[in-house]
Design a protein around this ligand. Structure first.
Ligand SMILES: [Ca+2]
Length: 420
């Protein structure tokens, strides 16, 4: 090899090496950034023109059966909205939460809105004002509950607060903040979950993620002595916060608040009309999942991610006691599942009785009928609604059961309407 050729080869190797380092660094940075700050604060923005609301059917969706819908802008101008809940007793009213700590009432018929209340929320990463649930008897007692991350006793905590509205109407005056029902220290700013939901049993279900950061470093998912990585069940009406019939009451090494555990980040969940608790659990490396959560169950994280061994590629012993999801999807389809609701409205006939959900990162929406107990969703039973130019942080319902996508990216509420 001549000197000049050797020089060229050496230079080429150096250039390739530098390029490799740069590429590796970017990958590391991107991966690290996602894991450190979480999806809600990654600077993710809507891909494509947000005014174009036509669905696209790409990748696996191209071969799926479709349900023909269109998205109709029902409201806009919210700042990083993360939850939308109907106000009991007022079919035209919903409450919309902004991550930074502001709750708005919105009259969907009149198009009017106003500030309902505020909390002093931490807002880094996946922190914020993240969930609200109205008491099943809100029309008589004005009670509701919020979930936010705040600073208490010098620590970052998930706080579940009891409130009482005036005259059971968010439009009439400031609600009164009451007791702190739950205060759980958060080791990292991500994986706080955030939803609150009342079950058909009248109990309040509080999902908690594993606490962060990645790989569940404290082993919270598989530790029933930690509230993190669990679904909690609380009694907001009785003398005691913990229902006597919770599965782990009186069992040593288990927190009695826990209904089920082994969850990574149950960001959004809901109760189906048949009473089953449908949880969308956000994955880490390979798999997003929908799972039905029952009493006393272990859902596997971080021994499993979805229905695979974790870490990926490892061999893990069979553990029949771990509950597998009913549906999973891979990274090629999305990176952060947003759970929705079983559709009970009569606006979109084809969606009736289908669980509608989506992916925060890719803006894809899907639907399926919940399978019978113990069964999974068959591949030919998943319907594509399409991929849209939005970041669905949540789904919401109005008083008539119509369904909305909460778009974190542009601050819009988009009603799912029949296709044109
Ligand atoms: Ca956390």
């Amino acid at each position: 090899m001549s000197v000049s050729v050797r020089r060229i080869v050496t230079r080429a190797a150096v250039v390739l090496g530098v390029l490799g380092l740069v590429a590796g660094g970017l990958l590391l940075t991107e991966a690290g950034r996602r894991l450190l700050v979480g999806w809600l604060d990654t600077g993710y923005s809507v891909q494509g023109d947000p005014s174009d609301l036509r669905p696209r059917f790409e990748g696996a969706d191209a071969d799926r059966r479709r349900i023909d819908v269109r998205l109709v802008v029902a409201a806009e101008g919210f700042d990083q909205p993360v939850d939308m809940q109907p106000v009991p007793g007022h079919p035209e009213l919903v409450v919309v939460l902004e991550k930074k700590g502001v709750a708005w009432w919105l009259d969907l018929s009149a198009g009017t809105r106003g500030r309902f209340f505020e909390v002093d929320a931490l807002t880094a990463s996946e922190q914020g004002l993240l969930g609200i649930a109205f008491h099943p008897d809100f029309v008589n007692n004005g009670r509701f509950f919020t979930n936010h991350t705040g600073d208490a006793d010098g620590a970052e905590r998930t706080l579940v607060i009891a409130w009482r509205a005036q005259q059971s109407d968010p439009r009439k005056g400031e609600p009164k903040r009451g007791a702190t029902l739950l205060s759980v220290e958060q080791p990292y700013p991500n994986h706080n979950a955030g939803q609150l939901a009342f079950g058909p049993d009248g109990k309040l279900y509080v999902g908690l993620g594993d606490g962060g950061f990645k790989d569940d470093p404290h082993g919270n998912g598989q530790n029933p002595d930690s509230l993190l990585g669990s679904m909690l069940r609380l009694d907001v009406d009785g003398e005691a916060l913990v229902p006597a019939d919770n599965p782990f009451v009186g069992r040593p090494g288990h927190r009695p608040e826990i209904w089920a555990y082994g969850l990574r980040n149950p960001w959004r969940y809901s109760f189906a009309p048949d009473g089953r608790l449908v949880v969308a659990d956000v994955g880490q490396n390979t798999t997003e999942e929908v799972t039905i959560v029952g009493r006393g169950e272990n859902h596997g994280w971080a021994a499993r991610e979805g229905d695979h061994c974790f870490p990926p590629g490892t061999d893990c012993p069979p553990r029949p006691e771990l509950i597998d999801p009913i549906y999973t999807y891979p990274r090629s389809e999305g990176q952060s599942i947003t759970g929705g609701y079983v559709y009970t409205g009569d606006e979109v006939d084809a969606l009736h009785g289908h669980y509608v959900f989506g992916d925060f990162v890719t803006g894809r929406l899907w639907a399926f009928e919940l399978p019978p107990a113990g069964q999974t969703v068959q591949p030919d039973r998943i319907y594509a609604l399409g991929r849209f130019n939005l970041l669905p942080s949540a789904f919401g319902r109005d008083g008539d059961g119509r369904l909305y996508v909460v778009d974190y990216g542009t601050g819009r509420l988009l009603r799912i309407a029949p296709g044109a």
